[in-house]
Write a protein that binds this ligand. Structure first.
Ligand code: 13P
Length: 261
């Protein structure tokens, strides 16, 4: 997918049960116009993925898994594999800060999940971002570098095209304290530099990089206007159909290719 198309992902996190997700999708479907220059992705609870995949218009919305285990099958009680999600979701979040910090996922877990997604035809959305302490210590660039190297360790140049990077500063997630656009540009340029060192300049220019962290309908346009930002990963505001629809329209207006689908 080219960088001309903006990607807007709504991460519902552990909100909206199966019934509520279905009602929400119904409401959203009545509000969102399918646009050629915006890919709208919904990441509901794992429990609702199957039913939403039958309800959704795939022209209008794509689905993402919030999480999955890296093994394909076996004695892993309670887990869902990328193999099981194959063909149902187009994307899978990997390394979200809540997975890293609440569930203590390691770089190895994250790199194995990136591999599992690619192996199963799912585009991994590798989430990286510095904590408040790393930021205060001037360690943002190091943190981003280490998380990128950790997550991409087994990814070949060919496979890199499947990977989306989401820059989500941990201190900005769910706090209402969103990063200022100049900081986002600096961080994403650092990310592209690291990719350039690992895979070469063309790969860095081609890579799709999203911003996430307290994005609202009032702040979305500021990020979407940044040339380095290819879309948004939206948490809280994606649970409000009006706000999320507005964010999607702003993405459409910020991009090229005007027509409806
Ligand atoms: P908020 O938009 O609620 O800050 O969440 C961001 C996020 O974590 C998306 O994955």
């Amino acid at each position: 997918m080219s960088r001309d198309k903006k990607i807007i992902i709504g991460n519902f996190k552990m909100n909206l049960n199966v019934h509520e997700s279905s009602l929400y999708l119904h409401t959203l479907a009545g509000m969102v116009k399918p646009r050629r220059n915006v890919e709208v992705v919904l990441a509901p609870t794992t429990l609702a993925i199957q039913s939403l995949s039958l309800q959704v218009s795939h022209r209008q919305f794509k689905l993402a898994a919030q999480n999955f285990y890296w093994r394909d099958h076996g004695p892993y009680t309670g887990e869902v594999s990328a193999t099981m999600l194959r063909g149902i979701v187009k994307y899978g979040l990997v390394g979200h800060s809540e997975r890293r910090h609440v569930f203590h996922e390691s770089d190895k877990d994250i790199r194995d999940k990136v591999q599992a997604a690619i192996r199963n035809g799912i585009r991994p959305v590798l989430c990286i971002g510095e904590t408040a302490a790393e930021r205060a210590d001037g360690e943002t660039q190091h943190a981003l570098h280490d998380q990128l190297v950790g997550g991409l360790a087994n990814v070949t140049s060919d496979e890199l095209e499947q990977v989306i990077i989401a820059y989500e500063p941990v201190w900005a997630i769910g706090t209402g304290q969103n990063a200022v656009p100049s900081d986002v540009t600096a961080a994403i340029q650092a990310i592209r530099n690291h990719i350039s060192h690992l895979y070469g300049k063309p790969a860095a220019e081609f890579a799709q990089v999203l911003y996430g962290g307290s994005v609202t309908a009032s702040t979305a346009a500021d990020y979407l206007a940044l040339p380095d930002v290819d879309g948004l990963l939206v948490g809280g505001a994606s649970l409000d159909a009006h706000a999320f629809t507005q964010i999607i329209e702003l993405a459409h207006q910020s991009g090229s290719g005007e027509e409806e689908l």
